[in-house]
Design a protein around this ligand. Structure first.
Ligand code: ATP
Length: 544
């Protein structure tokens, strides 16, 4: 409308009557409206990105949780981290700030052609329409041509991210093995790969921008001027209309302004969106079956081994019925396995490396499901209760404990978000951490984990026991809890575990003699089954 008004102004001036106030007002009004639209559009896209990004990131992170802890590798972790950070940013910048303006700018030439045909000259509009598909078609062609280079660049960049993560996570192993030099060279090589690919990509882009910009801008403006002159000469349009036609056809170059953005935001955004979509399409190994319901607390179902008795109870029974489990197509790790652990029993499970002890524990935790047979807790088939219920039934202490960056209090509250300081201190004392607490400069507010106070392996394990105590679940699952600590620490940990095991069913995977001595019953895994170990102590009345 502004350009049409300018054309009208030129018309006014060319004629004897001079510039009309109406024309000026119309031009100013149209310019103000245009400015307002531009402002609103930039505000809207900014807000859209602010709204899209957290939602998308939340969906990626919740999918990480949904997928669970099975089969995590460093390479995968690197990819997921890069999707959740850089990928989310690119994808939301693409959908919020790029997609709509890009569609708008591709539609602009169409609108301009229609306007010219309606308000100025149908023939000129028709001829200009021929050029409308040229810009999108050339963008599409360039995108095809650059797809390989672009995906090579992204692949190299992802590989570098994964290798960096690997090196950081394995830093202590690298320095102990004096392998910093070779790893540094590998990283340098990966970084050089990224540099080479990014340079090829950028050089290609610059060339395309130069060629497209000059060819189209020059071609379009020259064509529009020629067309206007020809129609003016033929007497089909006035001088004012000729000016408006040239001005309007400059808007047809709008999509060109987006080509640069297309390479930087568009292609990266499309790739990141695809990567995120692919990740979110991965099905979790274990999900809640439709319609599962939490069993009522006091239910006494037939076949149930015991009541779920958190605080002060006897624990919950664990039963395996004819369980077979294999990883993929490999031969089964567990084969027709039967096992019955009565409530409150303290069981130690031993067996050679690779026998399937950790696998058995993962079936109890429902991070994996049996291929055949059933696993029951308190008489409930784990496939028929929500995962959240299963996880609420057990406190877990693994070989290593992860301490999150934050205070000691933060690390304990993970297990019991509502616990007050009194309960936290009680749990720490029961976990034999009272002495440590007295030494800590800021007590519960002492920062631990990365960049905080480094706790010893044994202390970290006792923090895990304190967490298990705070969770106050009827089952305690211990996977080699003293594997990485010395004998003194082991003694303290076992003391803490004896206290934690009180009133709970305890299943411990361990080879350490001291742990084995504590058990009511000892089972051994062999050939995919569990067998009682001859000569092991067995509490009367609580037999397998
Ligand atoms: N994610 C997996 N994918 C494929 N095979 C696996 C996987 N995890 C374990 N296995 C295989 O299953 C078998 C049992 O492994 P598991 O970790 O349960 O043994 P384990 O008795 O706990 O051994 P260890 O005492 O050494 O920890 C092994 O042969 C192992 O290689």
């Amino acid at each position: 409308a502004t350009y049409l008004a300018i054309g009208r102004g030129v018309e006014d001036i060319a004629s004897a009557r001079g510039l009309g106030a109406g024309t000026v007002a119309a031009g100013l009004l149209a310019a103000a409206a245009s400015a307002l639209c531009a402002h609103a559009s930039s505000r809207l896209t900014g807000r859209a990105q602010a709204e899209t990004e957290p939602g998308l990131r939340r969906s990626v992170v919740s999918h990480v949780f949904a997928l669970g802890p099975a089969e995590r590798t460093h390479e995968r972790t690197g990819r997921v981290v890069s999707s959740a950070t850089d990928g989310v940013e690119r994808s939301s910048a693409y959908s919020a700030t790029f997609l709509a303006p890009m569609i708008a700018s591709l539609l602009t030439p169409l609108l301009v052609v229609l306007l010219i045909a309606a308000a100025i000259d149908p023939l000129a509009g028709g001829l200009l329409a021929i050029s409308v598909p040229l810009v999108p078609a050339s963008i599409w062609a360039f995108q095809l041509a650059f797809r390989t280079v672009s995906s090579q660049y992204r692949g190299a960049s992802r590989a570098l991210a994964a290798q960096e993560l690997d090196a950081i996570q394995g830093l202590s192993a690298l320095s102990l093995l004096n392998a910093g030099g070779p790893m540094g060279r590998r990283l340098a090589q990966a970084a050089e790969d990224v540099r080479r690919h990014v340079m090829r990509y950028l050089a290609g882009n610059q060339l395309v921008l130069l060629v497209v910009d000059s060819v189209f801008s020059l071609g379009m403006i020259t064509g529009a001027v020629g067309l206007a002159a020809w129609r003016l000469d033929a007497g089909a349009i006035t001088v004012g209309q000729a000016v408006a036609l040239v001005l309007l056809s400059s808007i047809m170059l709008d999509p060109l302004d987006r080509i640069g953005q297309f390479f930087y935001i568009g292609m990266g955004g499309i790739a990141a969106t695809k990567e995120i979509r692919r990740f979110r399409a991965e099905a979790p190994a274990v999900v809640d079956a439709p319609g599962v319901e939490e069993p009522p607390d006091d239910e006494d179902a037939a076949g149930r081994t015991t009541g779920t008795a958190p605080s002060g109870g006897r624990g919950a029974g664990i039963r395996f019925e004819d369980v077979t489990f294999a990883y993929g197509d490999a031969s089964p790790v567990l084969r027709d396995l039967d096992m019955d652990i009565a409530p409150g029993q303290n069981i130690v499970l031993t067996g050679p490396s690779g026998a399937g002890k950790t696998t058995l524990a993962s079936l109890v935790q429902a991070t994996r499901r049996p291929d055949a047979g059933r696993v029951l807790i308190s008489g409930h088939d784990l496939t028929r209760v929500p995962l959240a219920w299963t996880r609420a039934q057990m406190g877990v202490v693994a070989q290593d404990t992860y301490l999150f960056t934050g205070t000691l209090r933060d690390n304990l509250l993970i297990a019991a978000p509502d616990a007050d300081d009194g309960r936290l201190l009680e749990a720490l004392r029961a976990a034999r951490l009272g002495e440590l607490l007295e030494r800590l400069p800021d007590g519960l507010d002492t920062r631990v984990g990365e960049r905080g106070l480094a706790l010893s392996g044994g202390e970290a394990q006792r923090v895990a026991i304190a967490r298990a105590l705070l969770k106050d679940a009827p089952i305690l699952l211990l996977d080699e809890p003293t594997a990485h600590v010395d004998l003194t620490s082991e003694g303290q940990i076992l003391d803490a575990l004896r206290e934690a095991a009180h009133g709970r069913t305890t299943l411990t995977i361990s080879h350490r003699q001291a742990t084995i001595e504590d058990a009511d019953r000892r089972l051994e895994m062999r050939g995919g089954r569990v067998e009682p170990v001859a000569g092991a102590t067995e509490t009367e009345g609580e037999q397998a």
